[in-house]
Design a protein around this ligand. Structure first.
Ligand SMILES: C[S@@+](CC[C@H](N)C(=O)[O-])C[C@H]1O[C@@H](n2cnc3c(N)ncnc32)[C@H](O)[C@@H]1O
Length: 252
């Protein structure tokens, strides 16, 4: 049975109720030792999303395999590669893929309705430069991404895990950031955004302490023009909440 307090506080529409099955291993399987940055949430896949899965899944959803990814083969072209971790319902992802047609976007999300929603946007907007991995991004990084294979990384509004006892679930921590930095090409960038100030400060501190990374700004960065204001963010801004962008690059 899941510990209900493990659900991230519902600050974000894509971060609400925990799935009753989260954290429950199948019979006979040992409880996973690693601390996950997500809980598997309940959520209905709509008819439109299910149809998008059926029609577009075979082309745009890649199978998870514990083997290095051939990105050129997966996208059918050679282009700069950007990894996104946790795209939620894919609103920003689709926008960025549209305004940056010359880049390839490899996008990880574990929430099935979110994957369906992004597939639907891909179909509606005729996007060709996105591939989806419906899998824990940490395992994708560990097993599918070679050193220095990425031109950029996007982590927008990662689950803030507000409670102190859950802070250990946050994605942006030194060990993962070291892995991310190692997978960036020299000059490649890591762009994080959050609306939770303590997490924004943690991002600055952790990225600032990673020897391979250099800040592109004095502290927080201006919002890069490719990152759109999503519906969620606009609502927060109307309520007077802040948003912080953090953009570092890998040193040469
Ligand atoms: C708070 S939501 C933000 C979604 C989106 N980036 C946005 O700005 O609307 C964070 C998302 O990250 C996903 N997530 C968290 N950890 C993940 C991981 N290790 N691998 C893949 N997705 C993850 C969650 O399922 C959730 O949908």
């Amino acid at each position: 049975m899941i510990d209900p307090t493990l659900a991230p506080a519902p600050a974000h529409p894509a971060a609400t109720a925990a799935d009753a099955t989260a954290g429950t291993p199948p019979a006979g399987v040992a409880y996973p030792k690693t601390i996950k940055s997500f809980v598997r949430r309940a959520g209905r896949t709509t008819t439109g999303q299910a149809k998008a899965f059926e029609d577009l899944g075979p082309r745009f959803v890649l199978p998870y395999k514990a083997a290095p990814l051939d990105a050129d083969a997966a996208f059918g072209r050679s282009a700069p590669l950007v990894l996104e971790i946790g795209f939620g319902m894919g609103e920003a992802t689709a926008h960025i893929a549209r305004v940056r047609p010359n880049d390839n976007f490899l996008c990880c999300e574990v929430h099935e309705p979110g994957v369906g929603a992004l597939l639907k946007r891909i179909g509606e907007q005729g996007l060709t430069n996105i591939r989806i991995l419906q899998h824990d991004a940490v395992e994708v990084i560990d097993h599918m991404l070679a050193p220095a294979c990425l031109d950029g990384i996007h982590i927008f509004f990662p689950d803030p895990w507000h409670k102190k006892k859950h802070n250990k679930r946050r994605l942006i921590q030194a060990p993962l950031v070291a892995k991310l930095a190692a997978r960036l090409k020299p000059g490649g960038y890591l762009h994080c955004a959050t609306d939770w100030q303590p997490y924004a400060e943690q991002m600055l501190q952790v990225l600032g302490a990673e020897p391979l990374l250099a800040n592109t700004a004095q502290g927080f960065a201006p919002q890069p023009e490719y990152r759109p204001l999503t519906k969620f963010e606009n609502r927060g801004l109307r309520l007077g909440h802040g948003v912080w962008d953090v953009v570092f690059v890998r040193r040469h």
